[in-house]
Design a protein around this ligand. Structure first.
Ligand code: FAD
Length: 418
């Protein structure tokens, strides 16, 4: 009995750690020759942090991330629309973490190798597709190689080869016309040093949060994402997480965004390397499963990175697959139960993110109502409406405070599959 996993990203590595915990034999096939700490900052919501803590990774996560305590929305003139506590400051039993994606991936990778040994993962092994067999599935790898197993999980990201075989007509991810410039800069910490800020509106926006503690000078590594809307009908570069960009493409747009708590032009010019990425997602799928084959993470449900949900959901996917295997064994039935539990949730999140129902939706509302200029936000949108909007998204995405705190562990401590 072997579970094959295509992809050693956040999803695949967390599934590997989970299957190791449960005593289920598995093997991960990763396309890149050498795993490197790629990407910039991401956020892990308390529901995902809880799962990493349950995997015994609290110390490791604490060593690489910042416990985020606040999320705030600000108009393009720097005026405060809405601020709310996050993580334990909001009453969750677990923190929210802001962390460098590459540091998180390497942390999971090293934890997996330390626990399970390096024979559980093959690098330089790109999945090309699969064939169903009488006893399970053959994973087809580039170069004509193959591997046999009982189950195959496609954790191979937004360009998943496993998904492409299931849905051959799907084509490229869908671009909504926004480009994201992403980078980190050593810059003054703001709002107490553990706050995430979203400034602007749908056509021009900046998201910033620290992914390190402030140093003696009050400076931290600030992760920032500048976003600008273009005409989606005019094609731009194909999406790649690692495309270097030119800051002169965006700097003039943010020239006036100097507020008493953040200096956006200084943030942009202070970055060493800026990466460009188009805001893409895919339509939700009607089914993730083909017999013994299923999808997880971005391969299953890629969505816009507006609700800090992509990596969190990838981690939750892994834990729910494990939980279903506890009851149903490493079988196609477990994969069906996993999909039944999570596909409706991820579909709702993806659609909410598309329709401006993500937590950031208030930015454009305020821009439409008053161009970002106000003295009292209550004159524009009442605070109780803002509170209701924030609570609704948490509930859709499965991290409403009371519900999460009351929910039993996804996988009971110390359980193994015989
Ligand atoms: C290099 C990189 C940088 C990123 N940077 C950011 C970022 O800065 N901000 C952000 O919000 N999100 C970023 N992401 C996406 C983010 O990690 C995911 O949205 C989220 O964590 C879900 O994780 P995942 O494991 O499903 O997908 P991913 O993290 O994308 O992992 C997929 C893994 O599968 C591997 N792979 C791809 N194709 C194949 C194949 N055919 N066969 C075998 N393996 C394959 C990839 O090399 C990767 O290791 C990045 C992803 C990558 C790969």
């Amino acid at each position: 009995m072997t579970v094959m996993i295509a992809g050693a990203g956040i999803a695949g590595l967390t599934l590997g750690l989970t299957l190791h915990e449960l005593g289920v034999p598995f093997h991960i096939y990763e396309a890149t020759e050498t795993l490197k700490p790629m990407g910039v900052g991401i956020n892990l919501q308390p529901n995902a942090v809880r799962e990493l803590f349950d995997l015994g990774l609290e110390a490791e996560l604490s060593a690489i991330g910042v416990r985020t305590r606040q999320l705030g929305f600000y108009s393009k003139l720097g005026n405060t629309i809405w601020e709310e506590p996050r993580g334990q400051a909001a009453g969750y039993s677990w923190p929210q973490f802001s962390v460098h994606r590459g540091a998180l991936q390497m942390m999971l990778y090293h934890a997996l190798l330390a626990r399970a040994g390096d024979s559980v993962l093959t690098t330089g092994a790109r999945a090309a597709g699969y064939e169903l067999t009488d006893h399970g599935v053959t994973l087809l790898l580039d170069g004509g190689r193959g591997a046999q197993g009982n189950l195959l999980i496609g954790a191979d990201g937004i360009h998943s080869a496993i998904r492409a075989q299931m849905y051959p007509g799907e084509g490229a991810p869908i671009w909504n016309g926004r480009i994201l410039w992403r980078a980190t800069t050593q810059a003054p910490a703001f709002h107490g040093g553990a706050a995430m800020a979203m400034i602007g509106h749908d056509h021009l926006r900046l998201v910033a949060y620290p992914i390190s503690a402030p140093d003696a000078d009050g400076k931290a590594v600030i992760n920032w994402i500048a976003e600008k809307q273009f005409d989606p009908g005019v094609p731009r570069n194909k999406e790649s997480w690692n495309r270097a960009a030119d800051i002169d493409d965006i700097l003039p747009d943010f020239a006036d965004w100097r507020f008493d708590w953040i200096d956006v032009p200084a943030l942009i010019t202070g970055a060493e390397t800026v990466y460009e990425y188009p805001m893409v997602d895919r339509d939700p799928l009607p089914c993730w499963q083909d017999g013994p084959v299923s999808l997880m993470g971005d391969a299953a449900h890629p969505t816009y990175p507006v609700g800090s949900n992509g990596a969190s959901q990838a981690i939750v996917d892994a834990r729910v697959i494990g939980a279903q295997m506890l009851t149903h064994g490493a079988t196609p039935e477990a994969l069906t139960r996993y999909e039944n539990a999570l596909r409706p949730v991820t579909t709702a999140v993806g659609m909410a993110n598309r329709a401006g129902g993500g937590p950031d939706g208030v930015l454009q509302q305020v821009e439409d109502l008053c161009g970002g200029e106000f003295t009292d936000i209550n004159d524009v949108i009442p605070q109780d409406q803002l509170a209701a909007h924030a609570a609704k998204y948490k509930s859709i995405a499965g991290f409403s405070i009371e519900e999460l705190n009351a929910r039993p562990r996804t996988i009971p401590a110390g359980t193994r599959i015989n």
